[in-house]
Design a protein around this ligand. Structure first.
Ligand code: SGN
Ligand code: CA
Length: 542
């Protein structure tokens, strides 16, 4: 199966052949006409780095096509802004406190029903390629290739359905796409609808773009976000104690790609920063010589610049230098995702299946691109709470539609099942988005969503919190080692710079929201007892 991955000419021939085959299959009277679903999810893709949401940083013409020909959600969010928990919510249609995968480390209880199992049972063909991050094989999937854990960008390993591990030469985003196209082309049963999960590792840390994008993006400069130098005033302790500041917590080698030899030469430049050399070589040493030469062309320039300029920089300049390095690599990685989404969309067109295929583009959560001086996610604050969501479904969703209702990753399972005409289990906790997709908003009643983050104390040190979010407000309770509340006025303070919790003007709003928050906790089956249970079950990993 892998053999074809690196022969685009063979692929093109097969695509033409498929067009003929699909054409014939469509004439068959027994054809199952339920829609296909391609669920495209990237890892840590901030909506700020998608042209349809914001063109300040980057244009993403291929991802944008999904919005132009379908719907863009401007208020889509996650229930728990971290990788594996988000995936568990998507697969089960249940909040973290119910499905039990509250953080990246807790094992996922595989006896639970996940939506792919229901698709398979209902006669769909199912497949999954890329990052799953579950530590176990997906159930209900006919064919898969998954990255072990976080996976690597360069020459990544994949776990196959047989349980063995194979290393594939090349760049992860391209390879995952090759596998996806290869499956669509060679393994898809033309007489059945399919549910295909196409899951990128990019643009997850440590943001290694493909060599040509590394070179291209190193020459770019990006606008500085207004809150890059945020001093976290007028807020509680959680923002101040989080460890995800670009200046203080981003690593020279692993993240900014300054080689350990360069730090050696500069000795003691930043004695406070502790970094292991192997964090850089872990990725670099996966390259073969030819790849190293291509990357070194840029790495040498980065290192030369660092050696020459870093010792004389002010703190402010250092922050800006690190921010630019971060954006160059992050956006370079996104750019490959966009190119590859383009390849898949083109395939759908060429093979004649675009019309009956629902294409969903999303991320497992949002991400900070320098807002509040941060990278990473976890907080219910805007940029990591919100996630991109674009859906194309010809003949159902009108082209160029914008939807601002509060929707969540919790809703995906029920929505996909409804779209395929498969019954959803009654204990799923989301809402079916079909009324929104079909433009029947009068049937949509949700006004608030619930959020709960658990992984603390842990990497990045974001305190445990739960929250209620409406279009207008966000009320947050940080707990465990603090007992602090924050209220943000989403309309008048969209950058969330002022906690209004002690402002008498908001007293009534707060009282109302507290009641609604409690009601949501009751509705979703969350409680102080469960908070306590998860605290007790948590073992420190630091
Ligand atoms: C790794 C990253 C963290 C990131 C977590 C979780 N460090 O630990 O920055 O927050 O994953 O990310 S890294 O140096 O190993 O890249 S998640 O997307 O899997 O939740
Ligand atoms: Ca993630």
């Amino acid at each position: 199966m892998l053999k074809n991955c690196f022969k685009p000419n063979v692929l093109t021939m097969l695509v033409s052949l498929a067009t003929v085959l699909v054409g014939n299959a469509q004439k068959s009277p027994t054809k199952d006409t339920r829609p296909n679903i391609i669920f495209i999810m990237s890892d840590d893709h901030a909506y700020q780095a998608i042209g349809s949401y914001d063109t300040t940083l980057l244009r993403t013409p291929h991802i944008d096509r999904i919005a132009k020909e379908g719907m863009i959600f401007t208020n889509a969010s996650v229930t728990n802004s971290i990788c594996a928990p988000s995936r568990a919510v998507i697969l089960t249609g249940k909040h973290s406190h119910i499905n039990g995968k509250i953080d990246n480390r807790t094992p996922f209880d595989t006896t639970q029903t996940t939506f792919p199992q229901l698709f398979k049972k209902a006669g769909y063909q199912t497949a999954l390629f890329g990052k799953l991050h579950f530590g176990n094989s997906p159930k209900g999937i006919d064919e898969f290739m998954i990255l072990p854990g976080q996976g690597y960008y360069l020459n990544p390993d994949f776990i196959t359905k047989k349980g063995d591990t194979v290393q594939v030469k090349g760049y992860a985003t391209d390879i995952i796409t090759d596998m996806t196209l290869n499956w669509l082309e060679n393994d898809r049963q033309r007489d059945k609808p399919f549910m295909l999960m196409y899951l990128h590792k990019a643009p997850h840390r440590p943001w290694w773009p493909r060599a040509d994008k590394f070179k291209e993006f190193y020459n770019k400069k990006f606008p500085i976000p207004e809150t890059l130098f945020d001093a976290y005033e007028n807020r509680g302790s959680a923002a101040k104690t989080a460890e995800m500041n670009i200046l203080y917590h981003m690593l020279y080698g692993h993240d900014s790609k300054v080689k350990p030899e360069t730090w050696d030469v500069m000795k003691a430049i930043e004695p406070k920063v502790q970094e292991r050399r192997d964090r850089f070589y872990d990725d670099y040493d996966r390259m073969d010589n030819e790849q190293k030469i291509a990357y070194d062309a840029v790495l040498n320039r980065i290192n030369e610049d660092f050696r020459r300029n870093w010792p004389n920089m002010t703190q402010r300049q250092k922050m800006e230098w690190k921010y630019q390095r971060y954006m160059q690599d992050y956006l370079g990685s996104v750019s490959s995702v966009d190119d590859n989404v383009g390849r898949v969309l083109t395939y759908l067109d060429d093979s004649g299946i675009a019309e009956n295929t629902i294409v969903v583009y999303t991320s497992d959560q949002g991400f900070y691109l320098g807002e509040h001086g941060w990278f990473d996610k976890r907080f219910v604050y805007e940029e990591s709470f919100k996630t991109p969501l674009l859906i194309r479904w010809p003949n159902v969703i009108g082209p160029g539609t914008t939807e601002d209702e509060m929707v969540q990753n919790l809703d995906f399972a029920q929505t996909f099942l409804a779209a395929a005409g498969i019954g959803a289990p009654a204990d799923m906790q989301g809402e079916n988005l079909m009324p929104l997709l079909e433009g029947e908003k009068e049937n949509w009643t949700r006004e608030a969503v619930y959020y709960h983050y658990y992984e603390y104390p842990s990497v990045h040190m974001v305190k445990r919190h739960y929250a209620i979010v409406t279009k207008k407000y966000k009320l947050i309770h940080f707990y465990y080692d603090v007992d602090e509340w924050e209220l943000y006025d989403r309309i008048n303070d969209p950058k969330e710079l002022k906690n209004r919790y002690d402002d008498p003007d908001y007293a009534e709003v707060i009282a109302q929201l507290k009641e609604e928050l409690l009601a949501l906790r009751v509705q979703y089956g969350d409680s102080e007892e469960l908070d306590q249970k998860y605290i007790e079950a948590y073992t420190l990993d630091r």
